[in-house]
Design a protein around this ligand. Structure first.
Ligand SMILES: [Zn+2]
Length: 106
């Protein structure tokens, strides 16, 4: 089964990320965000964590920290400036949607 698009599972988060990119100098990442797929969910076990990997291999070379109103949103980039991981912390709304999506697959 193909990995789901972030735009399908978390459309509101996607728009939030795009919005928060404005003024950071990392606006070009929008094009990547819109076609990004959730490869796997973070398995750290933290109840506050709703992070997910967006590439089969996660090797973080740099990060874009966004000024989110609620929780923490950080985009992790690999050495090729490809988004490989989205850190989502203290965002129960996002966690709920992810859990609901994977529950619906069972
Ligand atoms: Zn985690």
């Amino acid at each position: 089964m193909a990995a789901p698009l972030v735009s399908d599972v978390l459309p509101d988060l996607l728009e939030e990320l795009v919005h928060l990119l404005q003024g950071t100098g990392a606006e070009p990442l929008e094009d990547q965000l819109r076609v990004l797929r959730i490869e796997s969910i973070c398995d750290c076990g933290d109840d506050n964590c709703a992070s997910f990997a967006t590439a089969p291999e996660v090797k973080v070379a740099s990060v874009v920290e966004l000024q989110s109103i609620e929780g923490h949103l950080i985009i992790d980039l690999n050495a090729a400036d490809q988004i490989c991981f989205i850190e989502v912390l203290s965002r129960p709304d996002v966690r709920y949607l992810i859990e609901e999506y994977y529950e619906s697959l069972k």
